[in-house]
Design a protein. Sequence first.
Length: 143
Amino acid sequence: MNIKFIDTPKPIGNFANVRFSGKYAYISGQGAFDDSGNLITGKVGKDLNLDEGYEAARRVGITILSVINNDVGFDKVLKVVKILGLVNCTKDFLLQPKVINGCSDLLVEYFGKEKGVHARSAMGVYVLPNNIPVEIEAIIELI
């Protein structure tokens, strides 16, 4: 799998992108970037359709993998434990799990089923910071 990792994004507030506790790495909510390094924005169900939302979630997965690559190390990953996905969507958009599949599918493709399948929640919200369409956080168990 050929993934172009990005630099770890700078936090937009008083928090860290990743925090370690015991055998776990807690990765803060991340957003999606386009090929030019710009933050992807828009509301799913209005500005983005389901496929574009899925692609945005997949790109958030790339951001999460980049944080792991840059700040954790793939050699330290035992498995992905859980992700929480938030979808900035219209009130009548009901397919949040299908959007978050973009990230879930990428993590399973990258790590394989044994390490990549995870517990997950997918929620719709009215707005996300900077009008991003998807924000996802992750909990990673370390070796």
